[in-house]
Design a binder for this molecule. Structure first.
Ligand code: NAP
Length: 274
């Protein structure tokens, strides 16, 4: 079976969803889209880039942001065959999003695409880090804390604001922002003060966007435990095995939410409830 954009999909079960279950029967796609994925070099962002490609109309642009140029180029190469066939432009943006320079670079490259005819802007704020999991009383250094919050909170705000300026809302333009969240946006876990605080702040940040910009669709998605470097770090540092799922399982569910597009803007949706 093929997606409306021509990608062959299989009958494999991803979690409790098959790719063929995701295919909208009315031919819905993400449209002629400019899609920006942060943290695309590995883990969930990388798996998501593969999924997003299946639902983009010809002429769409996919911008992949991360620090590792090698891994981004490798991903671009993986997507090449389909991108050529479907006339998608895939570009890598090598940027450290914890810095103003890095955010500026992502916005600059997106601006170069802003004159193109697009009917959808899709910004996926996925880049994040786990940070130090030490007890609360150990965080006495303001620079250490600020540096963590800079990537995990501030950059998502500044990047989203920059993109909103580059692509003003107008009739006929669908605008969607996804915030990669976590159960720890709402649940406190001992020693996870950095991660829990950042995810909680981001959840509120994007709720504020949803109420302030009714023409922007905003989704905070908690992807479940994923088989990425982050879970490996958790296992190494805490000894806790969260029995992670393949990233593709969760990426397919996020695609379903985006294609159905019937979530309440600003809502927080967990992998297990899709
Ligand atoms: N893994 C889980 O179980 C889990 C569970 C719940 C929520 N989440 C959330 O899901 C998202 C993806 O997590 P993941 O497990 O895929 O993480 P990951 O494997 O650690 O990947 C993180 C991505 O962010 C990029 N990144 C990190 N620091 C960056 C910086 N300063 N500037 C630009 N890019 C940067 C990394 O690329 P470079 O190193 O190349 O820059 C990488 O592509 C995160 O928001 C995470 O909090 C994950």
């Amino acid at each position: 079976m093929q997606t409306p954009c021509g990608m062959e999909v299989d009958e494999t079960l991803y979690g409790n969803i098959r790719m063929t279950d995701v295919i909208p029967t009315d031919g819905r796609t993400l449209g002629r889209c400019i899609c920006i994925i942060t943290g695309a070099s590995k883990g969930f962002g990388r798996a998501l880039a593969h999924q997003v490609c299946c639902w983009l109309k010809p002429g769409s642009v996919l911008l992949l942001v991360a620090r590792s140029e090698t891994l981004l180029q490798e991903l671009k190469e993986e997507l090449k065959g389909f991108a050529v066939e479907q006339q998608l432009l895939v570009n890598c943006i090598v940027a450290d999003l914890s810095t103003q320079k890095g955010v500026n670079e992502a916005v600059r490259v997106a601006r170069l695409e802003s004159e193109k005819e697009n009917d959808h802007v899709l910004l996926i704020n996925n880049a994040a880090s786990l940070g130090d999991i030490s007890q609360f009383s150990s965080f006495t250094d303001l620079d250490v804390v600020n540096s963590y919050m800079s990537l995990n909170i501030s950059s998502a705000l500044v990047l989203t604001a920059g993109m909103l300026q580059v692509f003003p809302r107008r009739p006929g333009l669908r605008w969607t922002v996804v915030n990669l969240s976590s159960v720890f946006a709402t649940e406190a876990l001992p020693s996870w003060v950095l991660y829990c605080t950042a995810k909680a702040a981001r959840k509120m940040m994007f709720s504020v966007l949803a109420v302030g910009e009714p023409n922007v669709r905003v989704l905070s998605y908690s992807p479940g435990p994923l088989d990425t470097g982050m879970q490996k770090d958790i296992l190494r540092m805490t000894g806790v095995d969260n029995h992670p799922f393949p990233c593709k399982d969760s990426a397919v569910k996020l695609m379903k939410l985006l294609l159905d597009d019937d979530f309440a803007s600003g809502t927080h949706i967990d992998f297990f409830s899709v």
